[in-house]
Design a protein around this ligand. Structure first.
Ligand code: FMN
Length: 365
């Protein structure tokens, strides 16, 4: 039987519980300070979603090292000053019922620096063939692992219940996992075991440093999409199982951009998310996101096997989505485009509204 949106959930390793099956998806919103400190605007935007009933609040990707920063206004968790800026937010989340999860991020070759400073397992070029990153040496790799582990520890000290490791969407961890961006011939490239080593060291390091009572989730892209390639669906299924069975991960988050879609590799075998549900241990929650808009969409995706739904764009426009759904399960939130006034009332500052103009058709002209 599939889960109900209203059901609470207990994460298997940390034993932390969330009051329902809806999470705020991690969303970069460019509202924070140039040095990575959380701004009042970004804190307010997150708190509004906690008041709106979201059981799990996942922050935007926070860079674990200044080298990994990818956008102006992005939050960071790379030093003590940025870590302290989250204390108020996590305190406020703890006073309510939502749990707070910080997303750990490193842009790798897609960071905002120059070709000599951006890092990637094998260096990197853009679509025009220009060099955009240098190849990491083994000491860079160890430094990047430590940066993730220490950032997780700072998140714990800042009062978060846990972290989500961003291993999706073509950023640094994904660059290690991908056969296209990782062409190394040492222990960190080649076989899938070698390409996964970077992520596994991060997971193990965080568990050791932060203890059993700290929640650890991992977000993965299951196959090629948009601008990132070199990921095989079956390899991602295997990796998810290893993370869940052997590495003490509290949840697996599969980023599909369309939670209803079939795997491109298996177009006739039903929703991609169902494949993950079938192979993962039943006690390890499976989270997914993508095009969940109405109450009925949420119920459908739970029936495909997801345990937790991460809502992205609908949560930007409708901060009270969960409370509205709880009152009327046939909830039909209004669709884009949204006026600037609507978005302002939903807690977006002018920088975030501008950023959302990049998402075609979201903001009214
Ligand atoms: C404005 C915006 C920023 C995003 N930033 C992140 C991010 O920081 N980390 C991440 O893993 N995904 C990010 N995503 C992807 C979302 O988490 C989500 O997977 C995606 O939007 C699909 O869900 P939706 O159809 O409900 O929007 C972002 C999406 C949007 C719209």
């Amino acid at each position: 039987m599939s889960a109900n949106v209203k059901d609470p959930i207990v994460f298997p390793v940390s034993k932390i519980s969330a009051p329902n099956r809806v999470a705020l998806a991690p969303m970069t919103n460019t509202q924070s300070h140039p040095d990575g400190r959380l701004s009042d605007d970004e804190a307010t935007w997150l708190k509004m979603r906690a008041s709106g009933g979201f059981g799990t609040i996942i922050t935007a990707g926070a860079y674990v090292d200044a080298l990994g920063k990818s956008w102006d206004g992005q939050i960071g968790i790379h030093n003590q000053t940025t870590a302290e800026s989250f204390l108020h937010l996590s305190e406020s989340l703890r006073q309510g019922s939502s749990i707070g999860v910080l997303q750990l991020f490193h842009g790798g070759m897609r960071a905002m620096h120059d070709a000599n400073t951006n890092l990637s397992p094998s260096g990197g070029t853009n679509s025009r063939g220009q060099t955009i990153a240098r190849k990491m040496d083994v000491s860079d790799i160890h430094l990047a692992i430590t940066a993730h582990v220490e950032a997780a520890y700072r998140s714990k000290q800042s009062g978060f219940h846990g972290v989500e490791i961003h291993g999706a969407h073509g950023y640094l961890i994904h660059q290690f996992l991908s056969t296209e961006t990782n062409r190394r011939e040492d222990d960190w490239g080649g076989s899938s075991a070698n390409r996964e080593r970077f992520l596994l060291h991060i997971v193990r390091g965080i568990r050791e440093r932060c203890g059993e009572d700290f929640l650890i989730g991992v977000r993965l892209s299951p196959e090629d999409a948009n601008w990132f390639h070199g990921i095989d669906f079956d390899a991602c299924l295997d990796l998810s199982c290893r993370l869940a069975e052997d590495e003490g991960v509290d949840y697996i988050h599969i980023s599909l951009w369309d939670a209803f879609k079939a795997a491109e590799k298996y177009p006739d075998r039903g929703p991609a998310i169902t494949h993950f549900k079938k192979v993962l241990p039943p006690e390890v929650p499976l989270m997914t996101a993508g095009k969940i808009w109405r109450g009925q969409d949420a119920e459908d995706v739970l029936s495909y096997g997801a345990d937790i739904l991460a809502l992205g764009r609908v949560a930007i426009a409708h901060p009270n989505w969960v409370n509205e759904y709880l009152q009327d399960t046939d909830y039909h939130p209004s669709a884009p485009p949204f006026s600037v006034t609507h978005l302002k009332n939903a807690g977006l500052n002018p920088a975030f509204v501008e950023y959302m103009r990049k998402w075609k058709g979201f903001v009214e002209n």
